[in-house]
Design a protein around this ligand. Structure first.
Ligand code: OGA
Ligand code: MN
Length: 299
């Protein structure tokens, strides 16, 4: 029997009707992986997985990320949550290491663009919701690329973009201190092609707020191109906006989609539990890691 699913929007997202035990059994894992690739996000209502169930579901679909995901230039390691579960919260008492990076989640992004092989997918379930705001939006970067004129596609395929932590976080926190900026700046930068040629043969735009500039292009042209592509890829026809209910499980594809969280009340304690699947292919074999020169911070 095929998976029972309903489209959430014409070009992005499917709700899948399956019981928790069937999902955890892994019997439908290859169909779920294929559907995720096609639809960008999958929604399962009412499953309310606890942390060990979330890990178990993740492991049926891929390689669960455990620890040591982020490393600063000076060698400090930030762990990706406890045993594969990251608590996504802006409250530093809930997540002392990550909370200060999560402000960047408000802007359209892909996760882990600083890594040679960005994460494959994320499993995300609410632990506490904000009474107001806090929807998550998704944009399909396969569809956005597919719809461009052929000539433009060919031009974009020649370009590479430098992704940096400060490009992702500064627009979300313009009033940062020089020390905060220096921490962002200490992260490795990464050069990725603007167009991802996936092993499947499909192509998507590698767009994210972390995309600072196009290699070798005049800064003015680079700025305009990246802004125009971002505006193109986030048009309503390529997006889906998810209104959360407790019990939801959402899985998003991090290789052919962007996501963002909409504003919410910081005092709400909004918290999600997330499991990340390691990536399985680099954007290209030639993704280079750039190590920035260190900058001095005046006291
Ligand atoms: C993330 C993220 C969005 C949200 O965890 O990577 O972007 O809705 N989360 O909290
Ligand atoms: Mn994210």
């Amino acid at each position: 029997m095929p998976l029972s699913c309903i489209d959430l929007s014409p070009r992005m997202g499917s709700e899948v009707k399956i019981t928790k035990s069937e999902l955890m059994s892994g019997r439908r894992a290859s169909e779920i992986r294929a559907l995720l690739d096609q639809r960008g996000i999958l929604l399962f209502r009412g499953l309310a997985p606890d942390d060990s169930e979330l890990r178990a579901i993740a492991r049926t679909l891929g390689d669960l990320r455990i620890g040591a995901a982020k490393r600063t230039a000076d060698g400090k390691t930030l762990t990706e949550g406890e045993e594969g579960i990251l608590k996504v919260s802006l409250d530093e008492t809930v997540n002392p290491e990550y909370a200060r990076f999560l402000i960047g989640n408000h802007l359209w992004h892909m996760d882990g663009t600083y890594e040679e092989i960005p994460p494959l997918a994320t499993l995300f379930t609410p632990f506490r919701l904000s009474k107001t705001g806090g929807d998550t939006m998704f944009a399909n970067t396969y569809a956005a690329f597919d719809d461009l004129p052929d000539g433009e596609k060919a031009e974009l395929e020649k370009l590479r973009v430098v992704h940096t932590m400060q490009a992702a976080l500064f627009p979300a926190k313009r009033d940062c201190t020089p020390e905060e900026f220096a921490v962002w700046y200490s992260y490795p930068q990464r050069l990725h092609p603007l167009v991802w040629h996936h092993r499947s043969g499909r192509k998507s735009l590698v767009l994210s707020t972390s995309g600072a500039y196009v290699e070798g292009m005049h800064p003015a042209e680079s700025h305009d191109l990246l802004q125009r592509l971002m505006a193109h890829a986030t048009q309503e026809k390529y997006t889906y906006r998810h209104k959360w209910r407790m019990g939801d499980l959402v899985i998003w594809d991090n290789t052919g989609a962007m996501h963002r969280v909409m504003p919410f009340d910081r005092e709400s304690g909004r918290e999600f539990h997330r499991a990340t699947l390691n990536g399985e292919e680099s954007v290209t074999a030639t993704s280079d890691r750039l190590v920035p020169a260190s900058i001095r911070v005046s006291a």
